[in-house]
Structures are given as C-alpha cells and as structure tokens.
Unconditional design. Structure first.
Length: 763
C-alpha cells in the first residue's frame, strides 16, 4: 500500500511538472511574439534605448514564473509598460476597442508622427554592407554611437633582456553583469625596427564571465625585441575590471618573474597615453578609472566602461508609405491573450508620447543590470532563442520558399533549452533551430578556436564516405578507402547528427560543410574509423593541415590544355592574369572555366562573354517592411549589376565556353553563375550550386554567439527561385570511387570531352 501511494504521488508530481513545462513553453512563445513586435515596430523612445539582449533574458526569467493566464498577462503588462506605455495586454476571446486618446497629445502643435521603416533590417545587427540594410524610426532622433571598436589600457615594458625568450603575460579580469561586449588581454612585442613581432589579443578566446579569473598569453619574444606592450581591452558595450598583472620568462625549463612596479592598481593613476612609467588609456566612447568597489585582491582595480559618443539627428523616411496614426498590432499572442500595440506615436523635439514613468523605466534598467550572461543559466538560453526567432520571423525573406513552420521550430528550440547544460549544448540548439531555413549563409559561432584537424579529408561519393586526401604518410589509409564506421557508429548515422546542425540550401552545400566541419575538433581529440576489418586511430592536430585542405589550390590558376583549349580556374585566377591571357583566349576555340568554389574577384570576365549590356534589373531584392510578421510588404528595393555588367571587348562569347561548378559555389559564385545561366553564356557541367545568395547580415547574442544569415531575396535572372535550388547544370557529373582512385578529375574530363565533340562536329 505504501509503495502504491508513493507511486501515485510520483505520477501526480510528474503530471504537474509536464503541465507546467507546457505552460512555460506557451508563455515563452507569447513573450517572444510581443518582444519582437515592440522591439522592431513600436517607435517609443523608451523602447529604442533599451538593452534588448538583457531584456530578453530578464523577460524569459519573469515569464516562466507565471502559473496562470492571469499571471502571464500581469507579467506582460509589468514588463512592457516602462518601454511601451501605450501597449495593452488582456484576456478575452476577441479584440477589444482601443482608446486612441491615451496616446494622443492634447495639443498637436510641434508634434509629428513616428514609426519604424525597415529595408531588410539594421536594428540590432552587427554591421552593414554599403548601407544595404537600414532601420529608421521616422522623425525620431537617431542615436548614433561613434565609438572606437575597443577601449584599452596599456603600458610598455623594456624587453631588451628577454630577446628570444618565451614570455608569459597574465592578468585577472572580470566582466560586469549585463555587458554585451567582450574582454581581452593584449600582448605585443615591438621590435627595434618598430615592426610588430609576437602579437595576441585573445581574439579567439574572448572574456565574458562575471567572475574574477586569471587569463594568460604565452609567446616568443623576437630576437630584435625592444619592448613589450601589455594591457587589456574592452570591445563593445559593457564594463570590464582588470587587476593583478604579472609578466614572466622561461629559462632552462623554469619560469622567472619580470619585475613590474605597477602590477596592481592600489596606488596607480591612469593617463591618456602609454609610456614606460605608467598605465595609459585610449579609445573614443570609453571611460577609464580606478574602481574601489571591485578587485581580485587588495581594494582597487582598473575599470574600462563603454559610454558611447551619441549624435542625435532626426531620421528621414526610407519610403513615402508608412503606417498611419491609429494603426495597431492587434493580435492573439496566446491562449485567450491579446495584444494591442501602437505602430505609430506622436513625437516632438523632446520625446515620443506618451512617456513612461521615469521611476518604472529606471527600475527596469536596474533589473537588467543584474542579468547573468552565462550559457549555464536557463533564462540566458531562452533569451537567445527568442532573439533568433524574432530576427527571422520578421525579416528572413525565404519562408515561402522553404515552407518551414517557424513557430513549431521555436517550440522545439525552447524545449531543448531545458535539456542544455553547457555553452556547446546551447550552440548546437541554436544551430538546429536555424537549420530548417536552408540558408547556406547561416553560421552560428562563439569565438574562433584554433584549427585542430584530422590528417585526412573525406567526401560522400556513391553514397559512401570515402577518403579523398591523406596529409600524413604514416597512417595506414589509402585514397579511395571507404569508412564504414566512426567511433563504432555507422558513418551515415554519425553524419546525421552533424547535418542536423547545418543550414544548407542544397545537398551539395550540405555535403561540403558537413564533411569539412567534421574534420575539425578539440586538440588531440580522437576518432576511431573503420575501414574494412581495420580500426584506425586518428587524432586531431594543430591546423597545419588546414591550408592544404582546399582542392582549389591543387588546380592551376590557368592551363593551356592544347592548342585550342584554355582552362581558367575562376576560384584562384586574378582578373589581371585573365587580361594578360586575352590574346591566347582570343585564339582558343574552347574555354573551360572552373568555378567549384568562390570566385577571386574576377567577375569582369563575364563582360567579355556578353554580346550586349546587361538588362536584368531586379534579381536582387531587399524587402521593404513596415508591419510585423512580414505582412503587407511594401515590396522590394531592386538591386542589380547593370552598372558593372556592360559588354567589353574582346568578345569571347563566340567560342565554346564551358563552366564547371558544384555545391561549393555559394553567394558571389551564384551571382557569377546566374549570369552564365541567365544569358546562356556557356554550357554548365557538374552539380547544382549551393542555393544561397544575397548580402549576408549578422547579429550578436549575449555570450558572444554570432549569427550570420541572408538578409535579401535573390532570384534567377528569369525571376524563378534560386534559394534552396541553386544554379542547375546542363550536364550532370557525379564523382566515382574508381575515378578518385585513378586520380581523375571527372568534372574536368567531361568538360574536355565536350571540347573534343565540338572539334569533331565543327565544319
């Protein structure tokens, strides 16, 4: 009986837990929707000045505490009232009337309407390509941060006694809670001829933790070393604390301290320049001070804080059309939960109307300072997923093409957050979340790690994992060997997990990225591969293999195949070289162009294939967005290469031109191939391209996770779909294991075969 009661209690607890988890997911989906609506489409001053990254984490933390619909609505009103005082959230089975008088000033003199217009999106993004993407809050003051990329503290140490020695530089660093930026130790050797010797600024290992920790850099001082420049940098927004600096050198296997009279900051003063006698600071938009509130030991430390240099100016319209005053985002955002959020507000020289209560906004901003940016925290992971969801929900231009249920994918990603424990788990959740978008530009990373690679390359050929290159003659493997198992797992199953984290438009790009990324891993990590009845232990070593891995480097930039056929490797040849080869190209009957990869800035070659100037006006299109959820698009802003693609002599289009391509051809390569296909400038041989084109966009999440994605829509020259299809060849070629073993380039051989057929059939 006792056992039965305990079992019953356990079942009830389990049932309650599952029900609460489901409620949490639904609450998070509701919060995610409202978060995106207000961040990108509600034009209040309060919302535009908010630290949205911190707010996503804080909001997720608050919303998962809710145990009923009433509590959820109460939480939404409490969270968003300080930044969107005109927004309403309520429980109902229908949309309620909205009182516009509450967001209308009594006297409209001096007021204008303010609203968001987006060309693609720039709000919250990391950078912009030539002003391609823009986000404008019309008639509101634009906050432009004209700060340097980093602020730094440095000092100079005489290095004359330590030439040729191994040097170790260390310091204690702590990032303040709520910091979006990253910390970095900096160590530079300056030689007697004023050149830089060893240099490391921890670019690949950024500091993000809110705890005091010691970090270090090791390097060899050059034989002509004159001085060491050591210090610490803050890159981006936030606050960094720096303390307890130490420098040492190695001699005969032992380490000895290099005397420093300013290793701590108990008695130090900071100056505006660096010298041998003191700590100097530099960096516009950063403040530098001695902190008496933080230290790794003692009572003081150095503090670097992002302040920003802000320039205010009213933003002008991107387009003549915009939402009208009174238009609202009126949507059901949860079970019987509705939102009403103004798309347009009135604003004057001072502020948007209505204003939030200052004390409520200040209180919220204080709460955001307490957020802990660590992947080990559930709310951190949830906040990042919510951010990713909204960028794509409102601005990804290919939902129609890929047919993904994005809200369903959001729920899956949120559920994974509950199981994740480490930063690697979280990274993989973000990757799996975006994989269904089939966008080959999507790359999610957290810092750059050194390359540690296997001493082989492999590819999928004839549906088998085949060794294609061996970079260590000592291992008992041959080119063409088939790997059936990896670490005891069937090779196809092993790659299923890898592929689940890759966003790829076509099979060619998916195979290329999965076989490439699977080669890399942690230093000295092992893979046991099975070939026939043999098991072979492979270890990943430092990236000496990396440069040797690209097959393009094994193909010449150009080659005269015979007296009538020229070969050009478009991935490596420079335009200057092509120009030098023009006399020979004019004499050739056939030109084979190899674009299995990325062009080397030589698209001007296309001009010599065009009989007349390019007339394709709108194969690149940037979406014009003023409403959420990509509803009622204003259309697209057309982009093209018409100014560049004008026919140029000598004309080579009267020759037999053959282009070789495959799934490694992405982005710029597909712009190139788009002209070849669209204007029928050549016979295309090989495999479909990657199916991903358009200027990439990028944003950074808390914790240093960087997300790159495609921000514009690109179609083929006839207006048909390119995304997730690619440029298709006229003649398909497949690699074979036998061809690999015999050293054949079957793609190139097919192209050469076509030139022979041309000669046979020529009059």
């Amino acid at each position: 009986m006792k056992y039965f009661i305990l079992s019953l209690i356990a079942m009830i607890v389990c049932h309650i837990s599952i029900a609460q988890d489901r409620r949490n997911i639904e609450n998070l989906v509701t919060f995610a929707k409202v978060y995106g609506y207000i961040k990108y489409f509600h034009p209040s001053d309060e919302a535009s000045s908010l630290d949205w990254n911190s707010f996503s984490i804080y909001g997720a933390e608050q919303i998962i505490k809710c145990r009923s619909t009433e509590e959820t609505v109460e939480a939404l009103n409490k969270l968003f009232k300080p930044i969107a005082p005109g927004a309403k959230f309520y429980i109902s089975n229908k949309i309620n009337p909205y009182d516009l008088e509450k967001i209308t000033p009594k006297n409209l003199i001096g007021y204008q309407t303010t609203y968001w217009q987006h060309r693609g999106v720039h709000l919250g993004m990391s950078y912009d390509y030539n002003d391609t993407y823009r986000s404008v809050r019309v008639n509101a003051k634009k906050m432009i941060f004209k700060s340097d990329d980093f602020g730094q503290l440095t000092t100079i140490i005489d290095a004359q006694k330590y030439k040729g020695k191994k040097i170790r530089y260390s310091g204690w660093v702590k990032m303040e809670n709520g910091s979006d930026g990253t910390g970095h130790l900096r160590f530079q050797t300056l030689n007697s001829d004023e050149t830089t010797g060893f240099f490391d600024n921890m670019k690949n290992q950024p500091i993000v933790e809110n705890v005091w920790k010691q970090y270090q850099i090791e390097g060899i001082a050059d034989s002509t070393a004159k001085s060491f420049i050591i210090g610490c940098q803050l890159r981006g927004r936030g606050t960094l604390y720096f303390d307890k600096v130490e420098l040492s050198y190695e001699d005969k296997g032992k380490w000895f301290s290099i005397p420093l009279d300013r290793g701590g900051f108990e008695t130090e003063t900071l100056y505006k320049d660096k010298s041998y006698a003191r700590w100097g600071y530099s960096g516009k938009g950063y403040s530098f001070a001695i902190s008496e509130n933080e230290s790794s030991e003692g009572y003081k430390s150095a503090r670097i804080k992002f302040t920003g240099i802000v320039v205010g100016d009213k933003e002008k319209k991107l387009y003549s059309n915009g939402p009208k005053f009174g238009e609202l985002i009126e949507k059901k955002v949860g079970e019987n939960i509705f939102c009403q959020i103004p798309l347009v507000l009135y604003s004057n020289e001072q502020n948007t109307f209505p204003q939030a209560k200052t004390e409520e906004l200040v209180k919220l901003q204080k709460e955001l300072e307490n957020d802990n940016y660590l992947p080990e925290n559930l709310e951190f992971r949830l906040g990042n997923v919510l951010n990713v969801y909204n960028v794509f929900q409102h601005f990804f231009p290919y939902f129609k093409e890929v047919g993904v249920d994005w809200e369903a994918e959001l729920r899956k990603a949120l559920l994974r957050c509950y199981d994740d424990k480490t930063e690697k788990d979280h990274l993989q959740t973000l990757q799996k979340f975006t994989a269904p978008l089939k966008d080959g530009h999507i790359n999610i990373s957290r810092g750059k790690k050194p390359y540690y690679a296997l001493p082989i390359s492999w590819e999928w050929i004839e549906d088998k994992l085949v060794v294609t290159r061996i970079l260590d003659a000592q291992i008992p493997i041959n080119i063409g060997d088939v790997i059936t198992h990896i670490n005891g797992i069937n090779s196809k199953e092993y790659f299923t997990e890898i592929r689940s984290r890759i966003s790829a438009g076509t099979k060619g790009w998916l195979d290329h990225i999965s076989t490439t990324t699977s080669i890399y891993g942690d230093k000295d990590s092992r893979l046991i591969v099975t070939i026939g009845d043999k098991e072979i232990d492979l270890r990943r070593k430092p990236g000496s293999y990396h440069d040797a891995r690209s097959f393009n480097h094994y193909r010449p930039a150009y080659k005269i195949l015979n007296d009538s056929v020229m070969y050009l490797n478009i991935t490596t040849i420079e335009m200057e070289t092509i120009n030098e080869l023009m006399p020979q190209l004019q004499k050739s009957k056939s030109i084979i162009c190899d674009l299995r990869g990325y062009p080397n800035k030589n698209h001007e070659f296309i001009r010599h294939l065009l009989k007349s100037n390019d007339t394709t006006k709108s194969w690149m299109m940037v979406p014009k967005i003023i409403y959420p959820d990509q509803e009622n698009l204003l259309g697209y802003e057309a982009r093209n290469w018409m100014e560049v693609m004008k026919s140029k002599k000598p004309f080579l289009g009267d020759k037999q031109v053959i282009f070789i391509t495959n799934g490694e051809a992405i982005s710029y390569a597909e712009s190139y191939m788009g002209y070849i296909k669209g204007y029928e400038l050549a016979t295309i041989v090989g495999q479909p391209t990657a199916g991903t084109n358009g200027n990439a966009n990028s944003f950074e999440l808390p914790g240093g996770y960087v997300v790159t994605w495609t921000g514009m829509k690109v179609v083929k020259h006839d207006g048909s779909q390119l995304h997730a299809i690619g440029i298709l060849p006229d003649i398909y070629v497949n690699k074979t294991i036998q061809g690999l073993k015999s050293g054949k380039d079957e793609f190139l051989e097919k192209a050469i075969e076509l030139t022979r057929e041309k000669r046979v059939h020529s009059p």
